[in-house]
Write a protein that binds this ligand. Structure first.
Ligand SMILES: Nc1nc2c(ncn2[C@@H]2O[C@H](COP(=O)(O)OP(=O)(O)O)[C@@H](O)[C@H]2O)c(=O)[nH]1
Ligand SMILES: Nc1ncnc2c1ncn2[C@@H]1O[C@H](COP(=O)(O)OP(=O)(O)O)[C@@H](O)[C@H]1O
Length: 205
């Protein structure tokens, strides 16, 4: 089944590459979509965030995240090295500023996968960014995905589901919604949105 696109952002007249932010509730499939993008479209540059969260099995430092301790995260903030950062479900996450700006200056479209608070901060500091909301096909499916992933303890799942309710209520703040029914379809639509927003050609393959 195809991913459903609810609403679209107008294609801007300028041709500057734009930052694209992908956000959505925990368990909706953001990491899965991003992993698929990495595999099928390695040319798309994905920001790697710093986090104080402990790595999950299979997660690699410098690939999925830069895993740092609290002290190192404090330093990143103090030195102004983060474009934005937020606390989410008891851990801190932030986007390294320099790497993102370098890529944008080099003319490459850039993708950030960050939480709602981060998306709002990016909207303030870079109003030209396009904000894409990844929505679940329904609440029950979101619960199933988050529980089925099996990476979090029940209390952490509860915290993430509470955060998910807040995140779902913020959908209207985003330029576009993609419903994650099919990972392949979402990745394709996301790539098209990124290329269109950057004044480059959208693809249908
Ligand atoms: N603000 C912000 N949020 C981030 C960043 N990196 C990841 N996140 C978000 O932090 C939340 C938790 O991420 P994670 O622990 O990897 O869990 P998962 O996304 O549910 O698999 C998600 O909503 C991510 O999108 C970042 O650099 N900044
Ligand atoms: N389109 C989809 N259909 C069914 N399951 C999915 C889909 N996308 C992701 N999932 C599954 O949902 C769970 C949560 O996905 P994940 O990418 O970790 O979410 P997030 O990064 O948004 O927290 C994973 O077990 C993943 O395999």
């Amino acid at each position: 089944m195809a991913a459903t696109s609810r609403g679209t952002s107008p294609v801007p007249p300028d041709v500057r590459p734009r930052l694209t932010v992908l956000s959505g509730p925990s368990g909706v499939g953001k990491s899965t979509v991003v992993a698929h993008m990495r595999k099928v479209h390695p040319e798309v540059w994905l920001s790697v965030s710093a986090t104080t969260r402990k790595p999950r099995p299979g997660e690699r430092n410098g690939v999925h995240y830069f895993f740092v301790d609290d002290e190192e995260f404090d330093k990143l903030i103090a030195n102004g090295e983060l474009l934005e950062w937020a606390e989410f479900a008891g851990n801190r996450y932030g986007t390294p500023r320099r790497a993102v700006l370098d890529r944008l200056e080099a003319g490459e479209p850039v993708l950030l996968e960050i939480d709602l608070q981060g998306a709002r901060l990016v909207r303030q500091s870079m109003p030209e960014a396009q904000l894409v909301f990844l929505a679940p096909p329904g609440w029950d499916e979101l619960v199933r995905r988050l529980t089925g992933r099996g990476t979090e303890a029940p209390d952490v799942i509860e915290r993430r589901l509470a955060a998910a309710k807040v995140e779902l209520a913020a959908e209207a703040e985003f330029d576009t919604t993609l419903v994650n029914t099919s990972v392949e379809d979402v990745a394709r639509e996301l790539l098209t949105l990124m290329l269109q927003a950057s004044g480059l050609r959208g693809t249908d393959d």
